[in-house]
Design a protein around this ligand. Structure first.
Ligand code: ATP
Length: 235
């Protein structure tokens, strides 16, 4: 579904992403893990057209989408839930969801999908008219995910969904990610500092270190790899 080939990203003189290549097959959950500054967010931003690519190629469902504008990628089935959620704080839950469907004009289906989001995220259903900025961190994460799903994506990019959330909520968010993948048939690329959780739900994972992929494997292989345990899983 997604092919990333020899990707290089620079910020001025800083070489942030160095010849990264990886693939995601339809239906998979793939996790990208790594320490602060390893280049996880930069990789997602490059894929979704938010930072320019110096060299390399990205293809989505067989089509070259390298350096395509971010909003065009949404129509092609890619949705991005950014780090820090970036919901519209001054708008209601309902309005945020409506904006998520901005590329679509199938009004009846949008209404049905919105109802479906409320069944997938019951906490949002109770808060339809609430201003998004007044919701808790976990609720805002749910809203950011639901807003992304309103574009009807086949590939969902999630940047640090667990950031700043209490352990119980982290578990809830990860359960929802698995449901989105299994029940909604959405392929998932997950970037996380919480390597334990990210690898435990992943079919496969990649480990980034200073802009390079240093290891790849199934979620299980990486979870039991002694080096990964020591560096990323707390012992
Ligand atoms: P974190 O988990 O802390 O968000 P990350 O793995 O997502 O880290 P990136 O945010 O992709 O890492 O950063 C990779 C490198 O690129 C870092 O050295 C960072 O300082 C640098 N970088 C990221 N964005 C910019 C920018 N806009 N301008 C200059 N340097 C940047």
């Amino acid at each position: 579904m997604l092919n990333v080939n020899d990707l290089n990203v620079y910020y001025g003189g800083i070489h942030a992403i160095k010849n990264i290549s990886f693939q995601i097959k339809k239906g998979e959950i793939v996790s990208l893990i790594g320490a602060n500054g390893a280049g996880k967010t930069s990789t997602l931003h490059a894929i979704s057209g938010l930072v320019p690519i110096k060299s390399g190629e990205i293809s989505l469902s067989g089509e070259n989408v390298t350096n395509i504008d971010a909003y065009k990628l949404v129509s092609r089935g890619m949705a991005h839930v950014p780090e820090g959620r970036r919901i519209f704080t001054e708008l209601t839950v309902l309005e945020n969801l409506e904006i998520g469907a901005f590329t679509r004009n199938d009004t009846d289906q949008i209404k049905k999908d919105m109802e479906h989001m409320f069944s997938l995220f019951p906490r949002l259903a109770e808060r339809k008219k609430q201003l998004a900025g007044t919701m808790s961190g976990g609720e805002q994460q749910m809203l950011a995910m639901a807003r992304a799903l309103m574009s009807n994506p086949s590939l969902l990019l999630l940047d640090e969904p667990s950031m700043g959330l209490a352990p119980l909520l982290v578990q809830e968010i990860f359960n929802i990610i698995v449901r989105i993948n299994k029940e909604e048939n959405v392929t998932v690329l997950l970037v996380e500092q919480n390597a334990n959780m990210a690898l435990s739900i992943a079919d496969r994972g990649y480990v980034l270190e200073t802009g390079k992929i240093i290891l790849e494997g199934t979620g299980k292989e990486l979870l039991t790899n002694p080096e990964i345990k020591k560096a990323y899983l707390g012992g």
